[in-house]
Design a protein around this ligand. Sequence first.
Ligand code: ZN
Length: 513
Amino acid sequence: MAELFIVKGLRLERSQTHKKCVVKSIIQHTVFLFLTLSFAIASAVLGADKVRHYYTVTTDEALDVLDVNACFEGNPPAKLVAESLDAVVALRGVWNVQTGEEITPSGFIPMDGIASGGCVRFVVDISQGVQRHDMTGLKVHRIGKDVAVASGLWLWRPEFIRANEEIHVRFELPQDITISTPWHREGSERGHFVLANTPYDWPSWIMLGRFPDQVALVGNTHFYVSVLDGRPPVDREFLLEWISKEAGMVQSVIGKFAYPHVQVTMVPNARARTPAPQAYVTRGGGPAVHLMINQRRPQEEFIADWTATHELSHLFLPFINPDDAWLYEGVASYYQNVIRARFGLMSQEEAWENMALGFRRGFLQAKGQEISLREATQLMYMGDPHERVYWTGAAMMLHADIDLRKNTANEWSLDRVLREFNQCCNSDLRGWSAAEVLQTFDKISQTTIFSSLMNRYVDSTEFPDVLPLYEDLGLQYIDRKVTLDNKAPLSDLRDRIMAGDKEVQHEAKLFRD
Ligand SMILES: [Zn+2]
C-alpha cells in the first residue's frame, strides 16, 4: 500500500485508507473528469488492434543485475536500441530465448534471428557505473542500499513505438524492493508499467531499493515520490509533505498540471550548505523531477529554498530543445520568485529584489560575453555561465506579463496563457522549439507579444532593459533593497502579479492559515 497525500486547497490530508477509498474521494471531486478519463482508458484498453509487447524484469537481492525477458507480439522490430553509448558495455549477454543462441550486439541488438512472437533475453550489469564511451555522467549510482540506474543503460527497446503498439514492463522483484519509474502505472499490480511513447534517446531514471512507495495526489496528478537511502536517515514524511506543498503551490498558477503522473526522486547525502544543491527535470517516458538533497539541513531551510519551486515550474512547459533553454529556464526563474511571494514564503519586496539581482547578474554577463542569447545558450551546455541565459528569459517573461496585463486590465496574464496552453496544447510526447511554444502563446493570447520578444532578443547581444519596467511598477531599488511606491502608474498591476488571480489568492490564504 502506498502512502498517499491528497493536496486539496493546499491542505494536506494524510490517508491511511486503502487506495480504493482514496479513489472514491477523488471521484467526488472530479466526477466529470474521472468519467471522461475512464471512457478514454476503457476505449484504449478495448482497442482491438493493439499490439502488446511484454518485458519482464527481475533482479537479485544485491541489485547487481537486471535480467530482462522481452517478448514481441507479431513480427519483432529489426533491432533494439538503448540511449546510452555505454549500454553495450553494461551488457552481460543477449540470447534468443527460443533457440538459446547468444546474440552479438553491435551498438544495437540485432533481432533478425527472432521469430514472430519470439523473445529475447538480456542481462545488464548495474553493480557499478561505467563510463567508457558515454561522457554525460555515470549511469549507475549506488545510494546506500539503493540504486539509481539510467534507463538508457539497460532499456533496450524498439527505436520507434508505433501508435498501435504498447510496451508493458513488469518488474518481478524481491518482496522488500520498490521500483520507481517515470512510466504510467498499469492497474493495481505492483511493478507493472506501460512505456510512454517518448523518443528513445530522452533520458530517464529508475530507482530500485528498500524505500517506501510514496504518492501525493495534487489536483489530478499523481506525484510518485521516492526518497532513497541516506546517512544520517532521511525524514521521508517531512520530505513528502514538503514536495506535495511545493507542487500544490506551483500548480496554482495553471489550475491543473497537464500530466497524469510525475516521478519525483530525492537522492540524499549531497555535500553542500544548501538543502537541495542540484536538481533537474527529465522527460523520457514521462516527466520526472530529480533532487539531490542534503538531509542534514534543517526543515526550515527546505521550506525557504526555491529549488523545488523552480524545477516544478518546468512542468508548465513540454520538453523544449535545449538550444532554447532560455525559454524554459526563464519561465522557471520568473515563477520561482512570483509563486513563493504569492504563498507568503517571501515578501513581495524580496521577490522583486531577487529578480533585480538576477537581472543584474544576467546583464553583467551579457555585457562581458558580447554574443547573442542563442550562442550563450549553446555555450552554457559546454560549461559557460548560465545567469545571462536564465535571466534574459525571465526578463522577457516579465515584459510579456506586464504587456498582457497592461493592455487588458489584468484580464490576461502570463498565468492565463500558461493555463490555457496546458489545457489545449501541452504534450510531452515530442520535443518543441521555443518559436513553436511562443507562437502558440501568441495564438492563445491573440497577440504577437511573445514572438516579438523572441525576435528582438534571441539573436541580440542586448539584455532586456528592466529599469523602466521597475520604475513604472513603482519599485525603487537602492542598495539591493526594494521599496514600493504605490503612486506609480502600474503599482496595482505589480501587486496583482505578486498576489495572483482570485483562485490563487484563495489557495494562498489556505496555505498561510
Ligand atoms: Zn531550470
